[in-house]
Design a protein around this ligand. Structure first.
Ligand SMILES: NC(=O)C1=CN([C@@H]2O[C@H](COP(=O)(O)OP(=O)(O)OC[C@H]3O[C@@H](n4cnc5c(N)ncnc54)[C@H](OP(=O)(O)O)[C@@H]3O)[C@@H](O)[C@H]2O)C=CC1
Ligand SMILES: O=C(O)CCC(=O)C(=O)O
Ligand SMILES: [Mg+2]
Length: 475
């Protein structure tokens, strides 16, 4: 079955039922070490994960690690350009849950991202990246503890599908010619626009199914959060990209108000309901005036449309959501992408789950991680219905590779997400405690040490892992 790798002789497979993993006490879990600093952070993370499982379950549970190859390491073993060998794909397919270090993607030409390929091959449509603060972590922000968000990033579509043509390529030029001569002139709203003849071209597909399955997961996750965090914000640039990012927003609201009608309230609905609660005699038109800035300057048609919206909301959900019942529902709102980048800095405590498309989510997860301590503290999970691969938000950080200095926190916390996904909460909690206590006692790697006042002597990557284990306590 495998060409150059051999699965562990002990351990059992994780299987899936209704999208949830069924986990034996000794699961076989494939891991990819990763390029660049993967050489530093993966061994540190593996040590912490094993120590936590051992402390929590005293040998009754144990992970059987299965080393599989991707990136530079794969080329060393399998030969030139064998960046993602069949063996690796077979192992992940067979064992269902895997964890990986970062993999290099060249800029401009060269191979396309192996990280993105894995997400697409295994249909890992939700990239889940929590950004929360650990006490004592230095941050350039005054109140980093106020940020506690989870980026839910659609992981299989958008420009990351990688359908693009280089400037000057034969097919790229043909496509531009067809667009300029046929398709754009046939679309009146595009007027006399033309694509520059020397442009590269990329395609941005955003599907209804892809958008809604992501938002579905985000809402289900919100339902498990404490009441005050039960909120999903649809992040988009739908004012500019109306039929892709704008459609994502509309499909998100559509899903929330149909599949989750009893569990959700949209922001606009909450305004309409609360206006009526404050003043039961409020006319539909005055209610509309209060929810729509500049109502009086609108055309009669637009005004009528908003009055109708108010009427529909009151008719359809007053009984189930009115009289304050909406306050117990998951709040679904939306924000334009550029605005959310400033909002997570200026009003961080107003947000919880940020559901968005691939590119926005990529940017947003690095930005949110920076607020709570940097990329050394940014974990992540790529989740599908029958497979999950856990990985940090950051990349290979090549200038730090092999120096035993980089922060392994993100891949360790990705391991925590994996343990939680397996239902091994006790082991996950031990690591969170150990990591929190190590940071609180200023035992940190260079990235956090340089931000501390006064600065402290940094721990090495491997020493930080040891410090986390020391802070487990007795389990
Ligand atoms: N999922 C994946 O495997 C990903 C892969 N990549 C790939 O990684 C490569 C390098 O990308 P690059 O743009 O340099 O981004 P990186 O995320 O690799 O690193 C950028 C900078 O972020 C900081 N940083 C990253 N990781 C850590 C960490 N563990 N602890 C502390 N600080 C950290 C460092 O800042 P400083 O030096 O200031 O301390 C580092 O120089 C590219 O090929 C890219 O495509 C990128 C993202 C995700
Ligand atoms: O695949 C890559 O090289 C980069 C991906 C990335 O930045 C991410 O997933 O956050
Ligand atoms: Mg990224």
């Amino acid at each position: 079955m495998y060409d150059k790798i051999t699965p562990p002789t002990t351990g059992a497979k994780i299987t899936f039922k209704n999208g949830e993993p069924i986990v034996p006490d000794n699961p076989i879990i494939p891991f990819i070490r990763g390029d660049g600093t993967g050489i530093d952070i993966w061994p540190a993370a593996q040590k912490v994960l094993d120590a936590a499982v051992k402390t929590a379950y005293k040998g009754q549970r144990q992970i059987s690690w299965f080393k599989v190859y991707a990136g530079d390491e794969a080329c060393d073993l399998y030969g030139t350009y064998q960046y993602l060998p069949e063996d690796t794909l077979t192992a992940i397919q067979e064992y269902g849950v895997a964890i990986k270090g970062p993999l290099t993607t060249p800029v401009g030409g060269g191979i396309r991202s192996l990280n993105v390929a894995l997400r697409q091959i295994f249909d890992l449509y939700a990239c889940v990246r929590p950004c929360r603060y650990y006490a004592g972590t230095p941050s350039p922000h005054k109140n980093p503890e106020k940020l506690d968000v989870i980026v839910y990033r659609e992981n299989t579509e958008d420009i990351y599908l990688g359908i693009e043509w280089r400037q000057g390529s034969e097919i790229g030029d043909r496509l531009i010619a067809i667009l300029n001569k046929e398709l754009i002139p046939a679309t009146p709203e595009h007027g006399k626009k033309q694509i520059p003849l020397d442009a590269g071209i990329g395609i941005k597909p955003i599907s209804k199914k892809g958008s809604q399955r992501l938002v579905r997961r985000a809402i289900k996750h919100a339902l498990l959060l404490p009441k005050h965090k039960q909120q999903v914000t649809l992040v988009h640039k739908g004012n500019i990209m109306k039929y892709t990012e704008g459609a994502f927003r509309d499909w998100g609201y559509e899903l929330a108000t149909t599949e989750f009608r009893q569990e959700t309230v949209t922001e606009r609905e909450s305004w309409i309901l609360s206006n009526k609660e404050k003043n039961p005699d409020l006319s539909l038109e005055d209610n509309a005036r209060q929810i729509e800035p500049g109502f009086d300057a609108l055309t009669p048609e637009k005004k009528a449309q908003i009055v109708k919206e108010v009427e529909n909301v009151l008719n359809s959900i007053w009984a189930t959501h009115g009289n304050g019942q909406w306050k117990d529902k998951v709040l679904v709102n939306d924000r334009i992408a550029d605005s959310i980048f400033q909002q997570i800095q200026t009003r961080p405590d107003e947000y919880s789950i940020l559901a968005t498309m691939n590119l926005n989510g990529d940017y947003l997860s690095d930005a949110a991680a920076a607020i709570v301590g940097g990329l050394g503290m940014g974990p992540g999970a790529n989740i599908g219905d029958v497979c999950a691969i856990f990985e940090a938000t950051h990349g290979t950080a090549p200038k730090h590779a092999g120096l035993d200095r980089i922060n392994p926190g993100s891949v360790i916390l990705s391991g925590v997400m994996m343990l939680e996904y397996l239902g091994w909460q006790e082991a996950a909690d031990l690591i969170k405690k150990g990591l929190g206590d190590a940071i609180a006692s200023s035992q940190v790697t260079y990235d956090l040490a340089r931000l501390l006042e006064p600065p402290v002597e940094p721990l090495k990557c491997s020493e930080f892992a040891e410090a986390i284990i020391q802070h487990f306590g007795n389990g």
